[in-house]
Write a protein that binds this ligand. Structure first.
Ligand SMILES: *[C@@H]1O[C@H](CO)[C@@H](O)[C@H](O)[C@H]1NC(C)=O
Ligand SMILES: *[C@@H]1O[C@H](CO)[C@@H](O)[C@H](O)[C@H]1NC(C)=O
Ligand SMILES: *[C@@H]1O[C@H](CO)[C@@H](O)[C@H](O)[C@H]1NC(C)=O
Ligand SMILES: *[C@@H]1O[C@H](CO)[C@@H](O)[C@H](O)[C@H]1NC(C)=O
Ligand SMILES: *[C@@H]1O[C@H](CO)[C@@H](O)[C@H](O)[C@H]1NC(C)=O
Ligand SMILES: *[C@@H]1O[C@H](CO)[C@@H](O)[C@H](O)[C@H]1NC(C)=O
Length: 488
């Protein structure tokens, strides 16, 4: 839906804004001519204006190039002002058919900046956004309402490098261009307890609908990489996310109190969970009460020696339900699926479906605990017990595993409806003595090798753990081929 207010064109500078619709018309009219010249990124010459194409939920009528606003891609000049003024400029015309900001080849140092609605940030394949390492370039925001406190420090939090709130139709994409968080200095300050605020994320969008984050390389985030929170209709695909395997809290993708989310074709090497599904913290999350639900995770490759391929929690106080994960590869990862909760969290984790997972070199395959702890403050209600129910795992194969399963429910609050079927786990040369350790859990198993703990009942009949057959609305969204001006 476009706002009804009339777009203003007054501030359009000549040479800054290309009308993509006109480029299309020109493209069709000259398509029979032979064009000479080498263009990268699969580009075409359009009436001597080279163009590039990319796939997105929505194409944009207007374009600008960040250099037109004084940005310098020398790796040294701080470009925050140029990014902000380019986006401010485009905000005036974006309501009329959308606007895109092109980041050409170069190394663009910048502090945090905010996006707008009906907008695409497009990174050329040789573009590198470099995050400033000076705290002054990062505004401080209040803690998230569903968290109450910052995670690193109780006070505020630094705004993410690329930030947006209350937006509709926002896209961050490129031809695998790079965003480098230069996080080493942040990890060190965090570990030395030198920060008074929570470290910034790489990309955070809040209260936004119609989000696409795709075809980018994210390096060395100061904290989590991609954090959609209070969002609907989110597509995250084709990301390569890399951080040292011992860097602090460099989670890959953390959908948090979001609905209708598709996460596919991502490759993640991280010092924390590759995917962590969350929904708020203890009493703050209970009060805010917004679940994460209807999420698809597929075709993921994860390397995370200290954490999980997919974690649910530990902040889950708005509830987590209807998560569908399949075609997942984990290599050298601490656990495949990890469910973390605690008395005080309340809410639920239910209707979780994971299948077709291939794993090699794992400490655990299955890990869950109801005693994770980690509270924002002492004011949580210890009688707020989480409901963990309907957790389904099927068709998995693992090699070189130290301990197949550690499943720890809560006394007086049994984790119910755990189903495991057709799971073959090859053990490490020196596995743990106790292969399965289960307390306060119940469920069923069928064709699980080595045989799981007795709390998972085994009948004579063959059981296949369920996986939903319907499709989610986010799977029906089709991407268009969009054009952008090419700049050498
Ligand atoms: C964004 O939306 C939320 C939820 O509707 C609202 O509480 C908040 O005030 C809005 N923020 C801004 C900056 O408009
Ligand atoms: C990005 O990289 C991936 C993996 O190397 C490749 O399959 C994909 O085609 C690239 N995408 C673009 C838009 O260049
Ligand atoms: C954190 O707060 C302390 C005490 O107020 C102050 O001395 C220190 O400079 C602050 N550190 C940062 C990074 O702002
Ligand atoms: C098995 O895992 C151990 C670590 O637990 C690792 O050192 C070893 O190289 C792995 N073996 C194979 C064959 O991958
Ligand atoms: C069991 O799981 C494996 C690994 O995913 C798969 O190849 C096989 O087809 C499954 N068997 C059945 C009977 O579904
Ligand atoms: C199994 O897990 C329980 C609960 O955490 C723990 O108390 C016990 O020590 C574990 N047993 C072994 C043999 O590791």
């Amino acid at each position: 839906m476009l706002p009804s207010r009339k777009p203003r064109y007054t501030a359009v500078k000549t040479g800054v804004v290309y009308n993509v619709a006109i480029i299309w018309v020109l493209l069709i009219s000259i398509s029979t001519k032979t064009v000479k010249g080498r263009i990268e990124d699969g580009g075409k010459m359009v009436n001597s204006h080279p163009t590039i194409s990319y796939r997105a939920v929505n194409c944009r009528k207007h374009s600008a190039i960040v250099t037109e606003f004084g940005a310098k891609g020398d790796g040294k000049t701080l470009n925050t002002k140029a990014f902000k003024s380019a986006i401010r400029h485009l905000s005036r015309i974006a309501p009329d058919g959308g606007a895109q900001l092109i980041i050409p080849r170069g190394r663009w140092l910048t502090g945090s900046f905010s996006l707008i609605s009906h907008f695409t940030l497009y990174l050329h394949k040789d573009a590198v956004l470099l995050a400033s390492q000076d705290e002054k370039d990062w505004p401080i925001l209040a803690p998230l309402p569903s968290y109450g406190k910052g995670r690193d420090a109780p006070a505020g939090r630094y705004q993410s490098l690329i930030f947006g709130t209350n937006l509709t139709d926002v896209i961050i994409t490129g031809a695998n261009g790079t965003i480098d968080g230069q996080g080493a200095i942040w990890w060190k300050k965090y570990r030395n307890n030198e920060l008074n605020e929570t470290r910034p994320y790489m990309i955070e969008l809040m209260f936004s609908n119609g989000v696409q984050i795709s075809d980018l390389t994210l390096l060395n985030s100061p904290n989590w990489n991609v954090h959609p929170i209070y969002c609907r209709d989110v597509i995250i695909q084709g990301l390569t996310i890399l951080a040292p395997t011992h860097s602090a809290n460099t989670d890959g993708i953390d959908p948090d109190s979001c609905s209708n989310v598709l996460i596919e074709n991502n490759y993640i090497v991280s010092g924390d969970d590759c995917i962590a599904i969350k929904s708020g913290w203890d009493e703050y999350g209970n009060r805010f009460n917004m679940p994460t639900q209807h999420v698809i995770i597929r075709h993921l490759t994860c390397i995370s020696p200290t954490s999980a391929t997919i974690a649910l929690g530990s902040e889950m106080s708005g509830g987590i339900q209807d998560i569908r994960a399949e075609h997942i590869t984990a290599i050298d990862t601490e656990s495949a699926v990890r469910i973390k909760s605690s008395p005080g969290r309340g809410a639920f984790v239910k209707d979780i479906f994971v299948r077709k997972m291939t794993m090699k070199t794992m400490k655990y395959v299955f890990w869950m605990t109801g005693y994770y702890g980690a509270h924002p403050d002492p004011y949580y209600n210890p009688r707020a017990l989480p409901t963990i129910e309907g957790i389904n795992y099927g068709d998995m194969i693992a090699e070189n595993v130290s301990m197949p399963g550690y499943l720890e429910g809560i006394k007086g609050d049994v984790f119910k409806g755990i189903c495991m079927s057709n799971i073959t786990i090859g053990l490490a040369r020196e596995p743990k003595e106790m292969l399965w350790n289960c307390t306060n859990v119940e469920g069923v198993m069928s064709r699980v090798k080595p045989r799981a703990c007795g709390l998972l009942r085994e009948d004579n009949r063959v059981v296949d753990c369920p996986f939903p057959k319907d499709r989610l609305p986010i799977e029906e969204v089709e991407l268009k081929v969009c054009l952008a001006p090419f700049v050498a």
